[in-house]
Design a protein around this ligand. Sequence first.
Ligand code: ARG
Length: 582
Amino acid sequence: MEKILDIITAKMQQAFADAGYDASFGRVTVSNRPDLCEYQCNGALAAAKQYKCAPIQIANAVVEKLNADDYSMIEAVMPGFINLKLSGHFLKNYLEEMRTAPDFGVQKVGEGKTIVVDYGGANVAKPLHIGHLRPAIIGEALKRLHKFLGYNTIGDVHLGDWGLQMGLIIAELHERQPELPYFDPDFTGEYPTESPFTISELEEIYPTASGKKSDPEFSHKAHQATFELQQGHRGYRAIWQHIMNVSVADLRKNYDNLDVHFEKWLGESDADPYIPEMVADLKARGIAVQSEGAWVIPVTEEGDKKEMPPMILVKSDGSSIYATTDLATMVQRMQDWQPHKMLYVTDKRQNLHFEQVFRAARKSGIVGAETELEHVGFGTMNGADGKPFKTRDGGVLRLEQLITDMTDFVRGKVVENKIVSEDEVEETTRKIAMAALKYGDLSNQPTKDYNFDMERFAAFEGNTGPYILYTIVRIKSILAKYGPWEHLPICEPANDYAKDLMLSITKFGPAMEAALQNSAPNQICAYIYELAGAVNKFYHETRILGEENESLKAGYIALIALAKNILETSISLLGFSAPEKM
Ligand code: ARG
């Protein structure tokens, strides 16, 4: 569907032309004085300079040419503004079209385009901790938003499954169980299919090994094991496969719990086969140059204000690093998927890394000009006191624990307020907890740090997830009392609150597009908070079920039903859903 601004701009341009002025002056904007009007056009002021006459004279002439049916108010005011309010008739038609169109008539701006969203970024053999919350839910929301606006979306978790942590585990395992066949160079048989460790053992092995990094002998062993693994050592590959199986199953479970789902479970190891050819090519073309024994890609550009160190491609000991695998991953993605865009969601402390990799990708031609590259670097989630989140003993909080804490807190409220019957407590609690957690995070601008405040996030009032759910549940209960509502048509607004609600509804498509343009899920939150506010205002000021005029009542019901559907769609983009009762 065409946006309202575009529709009324076109009409305004026609009016300028009909009045004998250049159509380009007819641009309409949303009013910055909502007390006076809804939309405005300031074109007469600019036109006056060109036509050398008073702006108000032009404004008056243009106003004469506008179709009075479309507006409840058209005013030319000094010195030459044109102020507009939409007519109920216009709004009714527009909303009726939104109600019946697929996905409320949003423009599918991504039609025919593929986007890779690289998010999650979990590391195998390490449990997800609170630092993994933001990449998971911001990435998931951005992916869902792109899909909703027509993109073909590929979400890739890009596992950290290839670095030193693998060598550390292998070295530690060797110290504990040297008799395992993986360490026997003469072993030629089939390795066991059963893993030598469980997930909880692995979660103990890794930190123990990691703690021994400062021991030079152990560290050397771990580096050597990493190197041999990457060279294809048969036994180490088999251990690596066990680590992957055990760890990925656990990660899947955790991401499922968060309702975060990846199309691809690829990782740094999957980029490895692309590295030799890529490196040889970059060397041959002189893109990579030698520097202190390493191979690097210089990425400074003219006009750089800050220092831009070269991207390290191959370290002096011959090994590849994080940047190497990211560049090789781009080779794979371009080859297999030809995306129009690659979007990376990570902590903003990785800004420099992505800047270097993006520049190297452009310079080398690995990613051509027709593919957009974007890094969404997000800020830190701190504790309620604004300090970095720590467990009581100073450790990093597990993501599972954070979810459990929020769930327990919400369950307390659900039980205390006797919201639902006993058998529905868990399901309702889970939905409210997800809303609290995700909305609490996503309503912040991604780049900003924010404080995780359980009580505030889980409050049923204010700008929170549960408040949005509450609004939806309230509408659902009115609809249930009314009876079948699915096919009721939209009516003209009968009061100002209905009109405000209708105006809010019309902003849905533009708001989603803006959120996509800016990679800003917080703009989805801002939109639904406004819409929920308009719903509640309308609800408090209007007798809906008590209305005696049946057709007016039906119109009210159609209106709140449309608002509910839009709210539900919006929260599904954010990755949560509403319960039946609250
Ligand atoms: N595993 C990485 C980390 O823990 C995040 C991966 C992000 N994605 C990427 N393509 N580099 O920091």
